[in-house]
Design a protein around this ligand. Structure first.
Ligand SMILES: Nc1ncnc2c1ncn2[C@@H]1O[C@H](COP(=O)(O)OP(=O)(O)OP(=O)(O)O)[C@@H](O)[C@H]1O
Length: 283
């Protein structure tokens, strides 16, 4: 059973669609980079996957069960607001969250916290830095022993060292337990380290969905003379142009024409190309 399947799912807030007609399947054991510009619908999608946001149309299912209205027992979700009890100490929080979950491992929480630098178990959660709070929240999410972990911008308020620690914890979780992870972030270099699947959304719709290596191999960056774009074949995603030179991101490009230089994009240039296209469309 796939950890997550979306079938024509949509969410409308008043007259505006935040997510529209999204269909995709996340295969088991994948680490998925959920990327897209601000306001693309990433948090809304994750909220629906966690059963916290109710879809307007279509639906999502986790391990074959519709997610609307409740979080599947095999799913852990870390929202952007982190939702922790600030008046409890880390130790008390671990006990409190444990008492709310049927399946729970305090040992797993301690194991994760033990890998992090300087988390004081007797400190009140509200006194921790935002970055440490995020790490504590990830430890709580892992304490539920999830088979699917949904993380909404888990790296956003972490310094480089804390980001590295957190990515290692996620990688260890995937390697040891085969957990499927869907993680939204704008930090593409960090995502590239851990993710093997990309889901790129823009204006609420899925633009790119697939294994990162395969997706990159389906795209080309061509650099060549601005006056000679007619010789280029393929689906143009976006372009940057100067008076003399064009840089094009293409999908399903034909062989590189004479006078042009063709390379496979890296994740950053691929996503940048799609974001640029999105900005152009909005203009
Ligand atoms: N509770 C809400 N009520 C009304 N509109 C909302 C609500 N939540 C999200 N939206 C709108 O839905 C759209 C998608 O928002 P969402 O937060 O899902 O995007 P995002 O891709 O996560 O953005 P970011 O990268 O900035 O976090 C935005 O236009 C946002 O303003």
């Amino acid at each position: 059973m796939n950890p997550l399947t979306a079938t024509a799912v949509g969410k409308r807030y008043r007259s505006r669609w935040a997510v529209r007609d999204c269909s995709f399947t996340i295969p088991e054991g994948k680490v998925v980079a959920l990327v897209g510009p601000n306001g693309a619908g990433k948090s809304t999608l994750l909220g629906m996957a966690a059963g916290i946001v109710r879809p307007t149309t279509g639906g999502l299912s986790a391990f074959g069960t519709p997610t609307a209205g409740r979080t599947h027992p095999d799913v852990s979700y870390l929202g952007q607001n982190r939702s922790l009890y600030h008046d409890l100490t880390v130790r008390e929080l671990t006990r409190a969250v444990g008492s709310m979950n049927d399946r729970w491992s305090t040992d797993r929480v301690h194991e994760v916290l033990g890998l992090l630098t300087g988390v004081d178990h007797d400190a009140k959660v509200g006194t921790l830095s935002a970055g440490t709070r995020t790490q504590v929240a990830i430890a709580m999410a892992l304490g539920r022993l999830p088979r699917l972990l949904l993380l909404d911008e888990p790296l956003s308020d972490l310094d480089p060292l804390a980001r590295d620690e957190t990515l290692r914890i996620i990688m260890t979780e995937v390697a040891d337990r085969g957990t499927t992870v869907v993680m939204s972030s704008h930090l593409l270099t960090d995502l590239r380290e851990v993710c093997d699947h990309i889901l790129l959304v823009d204006e609420g719709r899925v633009q790119v969905d697939g294994d990162i290596e395969e997706v990159l191999a389906r795209h080309r960056i061509l650099v060549g003379p601005a006056a000679d774009e007619s010789s280029v074949e393929g689906t143009l995603v976006s372009a940057t142009r100067t008076a003399r030179q064009s840089t094009l991101l293409l999908r399903e490009a034909a062989p590189t024409p004479k006078g042009w230089e063709g390379t496979e994009p890296d994740l950053e240039s691929l996503v940048m190309g799609y974001l640029r296209a999105s900005r152009e469309r909005r203009r």
